[in-house]
Design a binder for this molecule. Structure first.
Ligand SMILES: Cc1cc2nc3c(=O)[nH]c(=O)nc-3n(C[C@H](O)[C@H](O)[C@H](O)COP(=O)(O)OP(=O)(O)OC[C@H]3O[C@@H](n4cnc5c(N)ncnc54)[C@H](O)[C@@H]3O)c2cc1C
Length: 487
């Protein structure tokens, strides 16, 4: 790789005009990630359109300059920020945000890559439609495609992949080839459905410039409950019971451990406290929604009362307690957890998934490991238990030593032990929904099988022969296991 030319900023300015460059004074929010990643780019640019973007990519290819895309910079694996080489160009999609078409009959929308989730939903709302990826951040569609965002209502609506009808991308090759299929067809088996190569691959194969997405009817009515299971082992059975009885009116099942809920209440005193002073070990936020018309509107609250009421009865009862209330109050607790946990100390986050039926056994084994080997840590896990996901977050309290700068070896040991447990004993994922980035590169190298990594590297070679785009390294030669990363 050659060093960036001294004429870089002049050259970029000639390609993009003065509005296309982000000034030094405005760098900070682009160069630091939400959770991981901080570095310095050789230049930060914001192309106005696809033509400008392609001219920059052709230039980077000719000059051997590395680059990567940034959307809203809400990614959680350090992939959306530069490394510290000062040799990468950060390409923000922040000027390519238009909602280009909205077709209520086809229930689809074509948007530019920088469009934010909130803007997409604001445009869809007058048609009683929405894009059903639901999370506590406001990402761009390009970033959501690149990470295949899941979110809280994934068990009902699926992830981004399931709601993606078409894509336009620019490849990192000599011509900055434009690949586009935005027809929005729901059935098309006339050849390779190549858009999937760009979903969940962290922008490593090319830059998304436009997407055609599927919209859904906004639920006309919702109902919610907090369900306290009798035991941890009952959790998948409760979810199965609800799913069988409610079909696709079941929109979310979010698990919250006692310490996670406590952290939310401590941090946000304005929250309603449904349990009084006695927070249970675990609760599931259950949400139902229906878009059926007023004439055939089912009594969602009544249905929920009936099903959960009977699950509380008898010697084999699955449910210990149920609290009914406003969905907004329950979601406020769920969405306060991240900030509450962060306020407790150093968060060591794990975005994992296992088969839903294996979640109780995984939690038991992981809790056992933590208590045995890392007793100073407090487990504050929560997450999308309806689809087998768990944000298995541990907190190292501020008042327990050693100091943060001396904790790295212990945290590295913890990460290795937990990811090994998840992948080898439970056949789970070390990155359930946040994708790949420098944070988990070492685990990818070590825990993904060699044939899977080899295939990925071969596709990468074809798409990006000079290995210029993205922040992930795909091995080209031998695929011997890499050492575990440090914290
Ligand atoms: C509070 C909070 C809650 C979250 N909850 C969830 C959750 O419930 N579920 C979930 O799945 N995620 C969640 N996330 C993670 C995050 O929001 C997603 O990964 C997000 O969709 C990334 O979108 P972005 O626009 O912010 O992308 P960025 O952070 O800017 O980039 C992320 C990756 O996408 C690439 N990229 C960005 N734009 C493009 C493009 N146009 N073309 C090609 N590659 C591109 C980047 O290079 C990088 O590799 C959460 C994050 C936060 C901060």
């Amino acid at each position: 790789m050659t060093a960036v030319p001294s004429s870089l900023l002049r050259d970029l300015s000639a390609l993009l005009g003065p509005k296309g460059l982000i000034s030094d004074a405005d760098r900070a929010p682009y160069e630091r990630g939400y959770r991981y990643g901080a570095g310095r780019a050789a230049a930060l640019i914001r192309p106005a359109d696809v033509d400008q973007l392609r001219s920059v990519i052709r230039y980077c290819h000719a000059q051997d300059i590395r680059f990567f895309a940034q959307g809203a910079n809400t990614g959680l694996v350090g992939a959306s920020t530069p490394d510290d080489s000062e040799e990468q160009i950060l390409i923000s999609l922040g000027h390519m945000t238009a909602i280009e078409t909205l077709d209520p009959l086809d229930r689809s929308m074509t948007v530019q890559a920088g469009a934010r989730l909130s803007a997409i939903n604001a445009a869809a709302a007058p048609h009683d439609l929405f894009f059903p990826i639901d999370l506590g951040a406001d990402p761009s569609i390009g970033g959501m495609v690149a990470t295949n965002t899941g979110g809280s209502r994934m068990m009902r609506y699926g992830d981004v992949r399931r709601n993606l009808l078409g894509l336009e991308v620019v490849l990192p090759d000599q011509d900055a080839t434009l690949l586009s299929n935005l027809t929005g067809l729901r059935k098309d088996n006339s050849g390779l459905d190549w858009k999937h190569l760009f979903v969940g691959t962290s922008g490593a194969f090319g830059l998304v410039t436009r997407a055609r997405i599927e919209l859904h009817a906004v639920p006309r009515r919702t109902a919610a409950a907090l369900v306290v299971p009798q035991t941890q082992a009952a959790v998948p059975h409760i979810i199965g019971l609800l799913e069988n009885a409610l079909g696709d009116s079941l929109t979310a099942c979010e698990g919250m451990s006692r310490r996670a809920m406590q952290a939310a209440f401590d941090h946000n005193p304005a929250l309603r406290r449904p349990f009084g002073g006695d927070i249970p070990d675990y609760a599931i936020l259950v949400e139902l929604g229906t878009s059926l018309s007023d004439r055939i509107m089912p009594d969602l609250d009544g249905i929920l009362v009936d099903i959960l009421g009977s699950a509380c009865e008898g010697p084999a009862a699955l449910v210990q307690d149920v609290l009914f209330g406003r969905a907004a109050d329950f979601w406020a607790i769920r969405h306060s957890i991240s900030d509450g946990v962060a306020a407790m100390g150093q968060v060591i986050a794990f975005d994992i998934s296992v088969q839903r039926s294996a979640l109780p056994a995984f939690r038991a084994a992981a809790i056992d490991l933590i208590e045995r080997e890392f007793p100073q840590l407090i487990l504050c896990d929560f997450g999308h238990c309806g689809d087998g996901g768990d944000h298995f977050n541990l907190v190292w309290p501020n008042d327990i030593g050693p100091a943060r700068e001396d904790r790295a070896p212990m945290i590295a040991r913890l990460r290795t032990a937990l990811y090994d447990l998840i992948t080898t004993e439970f056949h789970g994922s070390f990155s359930a929904e946040h994708g790949l980035g420098p944070y988990n590169q070492g685990f990818y190298d070590r825990l993904k099988s060699a044939p899977e990594r080899q295939l990925t590297a071969a596709i990468k070679d074809r798409m990006d022969p000079k290995n210029l785009v993205g922040n992930i390294r795909f091995e080209r030669g031998s695929l011997s296991p890499a050492p575990p990363p440090t914290a």
